[in-house]
Design a protein around this ligand. Structure first.
Ligand SMILES: [Zn+2]
Length: 322
């Protein structure tokens, strides 16, 4: 298969809490801004300014863009670590379990001290793609990515995508029509999409992950107003980070952006006994919000958030209601 012509790529970056290929660390990535790689990874030569790049963080597509330019940093010394049994570099690190490393190729486990390491002189690259960045509007996972891939390999950091399938795929990711045509992707010159960028909102990786998990739990539905376009749906936390540091499925709701802001301000709340919406008197002059008052939330019984957390939010909201 001729892969040289590919001008669309999916690149893999690990989220901060799961950064794990010790064999390939040393470079930082900033989702929505730039992607770092080096001459030790397959296809590093083929990636060019103007190429379409889909950014995958762990299991999900975080967004996509076109590469603005590529910075080249020559003569970088990099430590390459290998599995002591099969000498492959493709292994993962575990946070707490022992042995600490597990080889993805041969399955053997080994501690850090057993790794076979060498120093290698590489050329490092940083592909900047901030200008046209479009944040994913909904969770698009690995299976959907596989359908638009040009190859079946699973572990390479840079993989070619089928340009012909990009228009539909990007529309799925973006939740809107993109005006991207395959010939645009296959063209030779850098692409500038004037006036095209909409999704400039950047989210912390944890927030994106939490939002995607809420979308998988509730679908593209706002808890207060039912079905909504994915771009306006946000994940609302029912707890403060300091108390419960992890993102939990029963600790959140999916809310339309304006409802989210009012929910955080405790001007909208959920009655924990009736699961109906309470609207603060001071915003009942606004039709949009007044009509919510007393209506039941759009969440199936078995998907309701933690009653304890809803009660806590409700109690605080009553103080704000006055
Ligand atoms: Zn191995």
């Amino acid at each position: 298969m001729n892969q040289i012509g590919a001008r669309a790529w999916v690149v893999l970056t690990k989220s901060e809490d799961e950064r794990s290929w010790s064999a390939n660390t040393g470079y930082d990535d900033s989702v929505g801004r730039y992607y770092s790689y080096d001459s030790n990874v397959s296809r590093y030569r083929q990636v060019q300014a103007g190429d379409l790049v889909v950014i995958r963080v762990d299991d999900y597509v975080a967004g996509w863009s076109f590469i603005d330019d590529i910075e080249v940093i020559p003569n970088v010394t990099k430590e390459i670590s290998r599995c002591p049994r099969c000498l492959k570099t493709n292994f993962r690190q575990r946070a707490t379990m022992r042995p600490k490393n597990v080889c993805n190729a041969c399955g053997s486990g080994f501690e850090d001290s057993e790794r076979v390491t060498e120093l290698k002189n590489v050329t490092a690259y940083r592909a900047n793609y901030e200008r046209n960045w479009v944040e994913a509007a909904r969770p698009v996972g690995y299976d959907q990515l596989k359908e638009v891939s040009q190859t079946t390999e699973t572990f390479n950091a840079i993989r070619p995508l089928d340009p012909a399938k990009m228009p539909g795929f990007l529309e799925l990711v973006s939740g809107r029509s993109t005006a991207i045509k395959p010939d645009l992707i296959l063209g030779d010159s850098a692409v500038i999409l004037g006036g095209h960028t909409v999704g400039l909102t950047r989210r912390r990786i944890g927030q994106r992950k939490f939002r995607f998990s809420m979308m998988e739990r509730f679908g593209e539905n706002c808890a207060f107003s039912g079905p909504q376009p994915p771009q306006v749906l946000e994940a609302a936390h029912l707890y403060s980070f300091s108390e419960r540091p992890t993102h939990q499925h029963d600790g959140g709701l999916l809310l339309r952006r304006d409802f989210h802001a009012l929910f955080d301000a405790k001007l909208l709340a959920i009655h924990p006994k009736t699961w109906t919406i309470d609207v603060a008197p001071k915003i009942r002059d606004f039709q949009t919000y007044a009509r919510l008052h007393g209506s039941e939330i759009h969440v199936p019984k078995n998907r309701r958030p933690s009653k304890e957390l809803v009660s806590k939010h409700y109690e605080e909201a009553l103080k704000v209601f006055g």
